[in-house]
Ligand binder design. Sequence first.
Ligand SMILES: *[C@@H]1O[C@H](CO)[C@@H](O)[C@H](O)[C@H]1NC(C)=O
Length: 150
Amino acid sequence: MGRSMLFLGFLLALLGLALPGTQGKIISRCEMVRILRRNGFQGFEGTTVADWMCLVKHESDYNTSAYNDNGPSRDYGIFQINSKYWCNDGRTAGATNGCHISCSKLRDDNIEDDIRCAKKIAREAHGLSPWNGWKNHCRGRDLSSYVRGC
Ligand SMILES: *[C@@H]1O[C@H](CO)[C@@H](O)[C@H](O)[C@H]1NC(C)=O
C-alpha cells in the first residue's frame, strides 16, 4: 500500500514535468507588476499598472488558471475573460469570440494570449469598466499599495 502510493506520486510528478505550461500558477505581486510594465500597460487607454494590479487581484488573485461559472457564461484566467464576448468555450449561447481564442488557453500559465485579449477589451471599452472587480474595488481608490516596492 505505502509503496504503491509512492509509485503513484512518482508517476504524477513525472506527468507534471512532462506537461510544462499547462498547469496554471500563481504569479507573485512584483512579478505581475514587471509583466504589466514590460507589456506597456502603464498609460494604456488612460489606465495605470496599479489599476491592472488591483483588477487582477480582485478578479483572479493572480491565479492564471482561475475559472468562474456565471451561469449563462464563464470567466477564464488571470484577467477572468468572459466566454460571452471574448473567447470560445463551445457552450455559451450567442458567443462572439472577439479574441479568436479557445477559453481553455486562457487558463494555462502562458499569459501572453491573455494579455493580448485583455488589451483588446480595454481598448474597445476605453478603460477597465468591463471588469466588475475593478469597478467595485479599484476605481477611484488609492491603489499605490499594489505596486509599492516593486
Ligand atoms: C487557481 O484556480 C483554480 C481554478 O479555480 C483552482 O482550482 C486552484 O486551486 C487555484 N489555485 C490556488 C493556489 O488557489
